[in-house]
Design a protein around this ligand. Structure first.
Ligand SMILES: Cc1cc2nc3c(=O)[nH]c(=O)nc-3n(C[C@H](O)[C@H](O)[C@H](O)COP(=O)(O)OP(=O)(O)OC[C@H]3O[C@@H](n4cnc5c(N)ncnc54)[C@H](O)[C@@H]3O)c2cc1C
Length: 458
């Protein structure tokens, strides 16, 4: 193949070519994180022929690929009572992780709500089994690379695979890539605030901890960090999380913070910055484990057992859809008539050097906001839904609803809505919301309509 070079040699022209069609589907889901798993599972449960395309060889998204190993957003503090508020698809998946022995009991976070840790390996296998049991076709090691669209209608997703470039034809597409890749290729408006992104983190796990000596080390670590700083140690950030996994000799460490060379949060859609960030993240991990070994009781023999396949990116593109969930919506526990589920996680802003938390009033408020169907609807496109951390939210709204619980909710709603759009031959924006809500509740999802103390937003 000959490629013609442009005069300035900054671009080359790629010749047009015909590419094989990998398959024809009712629903094509890009991305296998919590949003993509839930979207594919729910579409397939409604008898849609569904494929999930994932660039790695396993599911879980940031939850496995970035080493997160902890579900947030499944619970809310409802008037002082910590309750599980995300059900539906998440119930089945978590039960499968638990059956593999990979799920911790829920633990308290900052005295306000619960989170729940898991083993990466169990999550991967449970998610495989879950989607296969629902009849979803899985295409791993396939990088989404473009779309074919005409007059606001998507007809195919282009993927790069080891077998070559392929097209996957579909009737409805769901972008669960986290980065809004598919939506941006399709021309959907989005925001990417390069100077105001949540900072990324290279997660890691240590093994060899003495659990008896370590005790509740997470309570002691902030003071130990302050003491070490007085002696000259420099940390990338405060507000670190160091907590045990299921076997208490193994702990996860969420303590690094990766800026780009100019100090602002690294942009996870920039290939050069990502390459720099992977190396910088691993460097910071090695530095932090030295602090743990030297200063924290129970960690003298600890060693890094795993740095994950990729740097943990919290925020990149957010589509600007029919409604943008805001930080204000989270703090005032907003209600929406088109609720498809709830978010009980607070604003968790990873700013330079720190993590800032903002909660709805507890226990006065119900502690969760509704997630409206409109946040899944990009502009201008008839057959595209966007779910997960790239859905339509402001920077602050995303700092809350981006966690796993909210992503399961959005994915389940998107997969169910895709089914309704196909069954009734409508645009996704014209899906009958009451019918969607009925189907979601029939599948066990909680829409938060029985606790009515939130402020109604239309
Ligand atoms: C460091 C860190 C710590 C966090 N801690 C927690 C926590 O403790 N608890 C919690 O609940 N949440 C936590 N989060 C947030 C949470 O993990 C994410 O927001 C959530 O996973 C987002 O889900 P998603 O499905 O939208 O996207 P992701 O989980 O990002 O999944 C997107 C998937 O799409 C795939 N993909 C992307 N682009 C393409 C492409 N072009 N082609 C093919 N595949 C593609 C990716 O490989 C990935 O598997 C954390 C996030 C980070 C980064």
């Amino acid at each position: 193949m000959s490629l013609a070079a442009s005069p300035a040699a900054q671009f080359i022209d790629e010749p047009a070519r015909s590419i094989p069609v990998h398959g024809d589907y009712d629903v094509v889901v890009l991305g296998g994180g919590p949003a993509g798993i839930a979207a594919a599972a729910s579409a397939a449960a409604h008898d849609c022929k569904t494929i999930l395309v994932e660039r790695y060889g396993f599911l879980g998204g940031a939850g496995t690929a970035a080493g997160v190993t902890n579900f947030c957003g499944l619970f809310a503090n409802v008037h002082g009572d910590v309750r599980r508020v995300v059900h539906g698809v998440a119930d089945d998946l978590l039960a499968r992780i638990d059956r593999l022995g990979g799920l911790n009991a829920p633990h308290m976070v900052l005295g306000k709500t619960n989170a729940q840790a898991y083993d990466t390996t169990a999550y991967k296998s449970a998610a495989d089994d879950f989607l296969i049991s629902r009849g979803v076709d899985l295409l791993f090691h396939a990088l989404g690379a473009g779309v074919v669209a005409e007059a606001g209608v998507l007809t195919a997703l282009i993927v790069e695979t080891k077998s070559g470039r392929r097209a996957i034809r579909g009737r409805v597409f769901i972008d669960c890539s986290g980065d809004g890749d598919l939506a941006s290729w399709a021309g959907a408006p989005f925001e990417l605030e390069a100077d105001n992104l949540l900072y990324p983190t290279m997660m890691f796990r240590v093994n060899g901890v003495d659990p008896d000596l370590a005790g509740e080390a997470w309570n002691a670590i902030p003071a130990l960090m302050r003491e070490a700083e007085k002696r000259g140690t420099r940390f990338a950030r405060q507000g670190v999380v160091v907590r045990p996994q299921r076997n208490p000799v193994e702990w996860r460490v969420n303590a690094t913070q990766v800026a780009s060379r100019n100090g602002r949060a690294l942009d996870g859609t920039d290939a050069d910055e990502l390459s720099y960030g992977e190396i910088e993240g691993r460097r910071q991990a090695q530095a932090f484990v030295k602090f743990l070994q030297a200063e924290v009781p129970g960690f003298a023999q600890a060693y890094i057992v795993d740095t994950p396949p990729q740097l943990g990116i919290r925020e990149t593109r957010r589509i600007v859809g029919a409604y943008q969930l805001s930080g204000e919506d989270v703090l005032r526990c907003a209600s929406f008539p088109d609720t498809v589920g709830v978010n009980g996680w607070p604003l968790e802003k990873h700013v330079a050097g720190n993590v800032e938390w903002s909660w709805p009033p507890i226990p006065q408020s119900r502690g969760f906001n509704h997630l409206p169907y409109r946040m899944l609807l990009p502009q201008r496109l008839r057959n595209l839904l966007v779910a997960g951390r790239c859905a339509s939210m402001t920077h602050e709204g995303q700092s809350a609803a981006r966690v796993s619980g909210g992503c399961f909710v959005m994915g389940e709603a998107a997969g169910t809505a895709a089914h309704l759009a196909l069954a009734r031959n409508t645009a996704v924006a014209e899906v009958d919301v009451a019918a969607l809500q009925r189907l979601l509740e029939a599948s066990g999802a909680y829409l938060g309509r029985d606790v009515t103390t939130g402020e109604l937003v239309r």
